[in-house]
Design a protein around this ligand. Structure first.
Ligand SMILES: [Fe+2]
Length: 346
């Protein structure tokens, strides 16, 4: 079995492959690592056949849908999931066959209702059901500590003690553990019985994960994150440095249009000399009057450089072939002491 563990902060995802047949599966892909999975698979001559999420993640952005599109392979999840972009729903006791590898599906609700573990050869991918020295939390949507108790003690922990444990999260840099080690030393598994375990889980007082709203929205719909929207826009436009723009503004470049896409009030309070003020929200509807010459060299700017990137991408899409975004924003422009016009600049 070819095996790669990919760490993204505290998240762990996996590429497993069958050397004989070149088939592979990616488990719990993270949205920012898609190119890495493709590169690792290509390096080993593997073709990704399945993309598997062990559960609906509430704390990071699943890359399943995007990866599935890139490699034209199905997204696999437990049948309890409500995510609509799942192509193959599986259930307890079934198998996903990856070349000569047989991934056994074990439904382990508790962290979420759709949680599953996948056992193959000497190892088990435990998702967030069992972590090294911990377990998944049960206080997020569809979490259930009583169910987690059963999933752990009546199912997962009955695997052979030597089975290697590869979780979906690990925060201390360890790459795996074993069922035996966890039974012996995982503090959450030492609770004497179901009631004590449920009480322990009820009193963890964990903070909500950051980005939970965005993670659940995107993971349950296959929609894009804000970072993805920005990355796609940034990939479609060139940028201009603040120093370069300053030089061009001072040289009164006749082809240049500095387009300030902040709200009118912010623009009026101080803008780059000669800038045209056109809020991002009105951009598409007002370009015909405000920007009649599509051959002008438009440099979009905003407060931090994000909205201007989206605006420049929109302009390019609309046929303004020389639209670019400022590498930076008005905050940095002011802090650099660059020239301003408007209330502050007078
Ligand atoms: Fe999770």
């Amino acid at each position: 079995m070819l095996f790669e563990q990919i760490a993204t902060g505290g998240c762990r995802s996996y590429l497993i492959g069958c050397a004989e047949t070149c088939a592979a599966a990616v488990i719990d892909p993270e949205a920012s690592q898609l190119d890495r999975y493709l590169a690792l698979a290509a390096r080993d001559g593997l073709r990704i056949r399945y993309i598997i999420d062990t559960h609906t993640h509430a704390d990071h952005f699943s890359g399943s849908k995007q990866l599935a599109r890139k490699v034209n392979a199905p997204v696999v999840m437990h049948r309890e999931t409500t995510a609509p972009m799942v192509d193959m729903r599986v259930d307890d006791g079934e198998m996903v066959i990856v070349g000569k590898l047989r991934l056994q599906v074990m439904h382990t609700p508790g962290h979420t209702r759709d949680s599953m573990c996948l056992q193959v050869e000497d190892r088990v991918f435990t998702g967030d059901t069992l972590l090294i020295g911990g377990t998944g939390r049960t206080d997020l949507p569809t979490g259930d500590s009583d169910a987690l108790y059963d999933s752990l003690f009546n199912k997962l922990l009955r695997l052979d003690a030597a089975t290697l444990v590869f979780p979906a999260h690990e925060y201390k840099g360890r790459d795996h553990s074993t069922i035996g080690d966890e039974l012996a030393s995982n503090p959450r598994l030492q609770a004497p019985g179901r009631e004590a375990f449920v009480a322990l889980m009820a009193n963890l007082n964990l903070a909500m994960p950051t980005h939970i709203t965005e993670a659940l929205r995107t993971n349950l719909s296959g929609g894009k994150t804000v970072a993805q929207m920005l990355a796609e826009a940034a990939a479609a436009v060139p940028f201009m440095s603040m120093a370069q723009l300053r030089t061009r503004v001072e040289a009164k470049d006749p082809m240049l249009v500095v387009l300030d896409v902040r709200e009118r009030e912010a623009g009026m309070a101080g803008h780059i000399p000669g800038a045209k003020l056109l809020p991002r929200g009105q951009l598409e509807l007002r370009v015909n009057e405000e920007l009649p010459d599509p051959t002008r060299h438009i440099v979009a700017c905003c407060e931090f450089g994000r909205i201007s990137t989206l605006a420049a991408a929109t302009l390019r899409e609309m046929g303004f072939q020389r639209a670019v975004a400022l590498d930076g924003g008005m905050k940095a422009w002011r802090e650099a002491g660059f020239p301003l016009e408007g209330a502050e600049g007078r």
